[in-house]
Design a protein around this ligand. Structure first.
Ligand SMILES: CC(C)(COP(=O)(O)OP(=O)(O)OC[C@H]1O[C@@H](n2cnc3c(N)ncnc32)[C@H](O)[C@@H]1OP(=O)(O)O)[C@@H](O)C(=O)NCCC(=O)NCCS
Length: 186
């Protein structure tokens, strides 16, 4: 398995595969995925865009992740901004890198790909903080929650409802840059 950095054009070229992996990982219906396709192409043109992909030796897409610099006027950013008080806005939204998607195909999960993807993304990211949202779940049994906690993400908002989505979400954040990895063997 190879972890590669993707340019915006790389992501758009592999949009069919990206949407398929996204749908498989999240268990979403086809109609929801069609809407997502347009958003992903738009996201790839935003300032500070960074993307990574896990590719098999045959070049098949096993996972991907991307994010960009959050700013006023962007839907997700504005929803979170409205829900925070002044101090929290200052703390989290001054110069944030927003992790928009991070997914691994179910058969490839649990082998460290998600961890590598997230570390690579946050290492390449600009920004003083990083933020993401993920559906509320049992933190002990959800792979996503365990992963984010391992990376030191803390609660920014809990049980938050984005317009048009019935599910409650956690919005999580941490400071950037990430600390340097521990040297092997220590
Ligand atoms: C969340 C998600 C991206 C994590 O990716 P992943 O590749 O499964 O995660 P990892 O393999 O890096 O970590 C999972 C486990 O494998 C372990 N692991 C890490 N490296 C490993 C390795 N080399 N070999 C074996 N196991 C390893 C981790 O310790 C971790 O253990 P834990 O789940 O008990 O805490 C992925 O599971 C996914 O796409 N889920 C569905 C969609 C989703 O929830 N996306 C996020 C929504 S915002």
């Amino acid at each position: 398995m190879r972890l590669v950095r993707w340019t915006p054009d790389d992501l758009v070229r592999r949009l069919d595969d990206v949407v398929a992996v996204y749908g498989e990982a999240m268990g979403y219906r086809a109609d929801l995925l069609e809407a997502r396709r347009g958003y992903i192409a738009t996201h790839s043109r935003r300032p500070g865009f960074r993307a990574v992909a896990s590719l098999t030796s045959e070049g098949h897409l096993a996972g991907f992740g991307y994010g960009y610099l959050g700013a006023s006027g962007q839907w997700w950013h504005d929803q979170v901004l409205r829900a925070l008080d002044g101090e929290a806005r200052q703390r989290w939204l001054t110069h944030p890198f927003e992790v928009v998607e991070l997914h691994v195909r179910p058969p490839a999960q649990g082998h460290g790909l998600g961890t590598r993807q997230l570390r690579a993304l946050l290492t390449m990211a600009e920004g003083d903080t990083t933020l993401l949202s993920t559906p509320e779940a049992d933190e002990r049994t959800s792979r996503a929650w365990r992963l984010y906690r391992r990376f030191g993400f803390v609660d920014v908002l809990r049980h938050f409802h984005f317009p048009g989505d019935e599910r409650p979400f956690g919005v999580l954040g941490r400071d950037l840059p990430l600390p340097a990895p521990e040297p092997d063997g220590s």
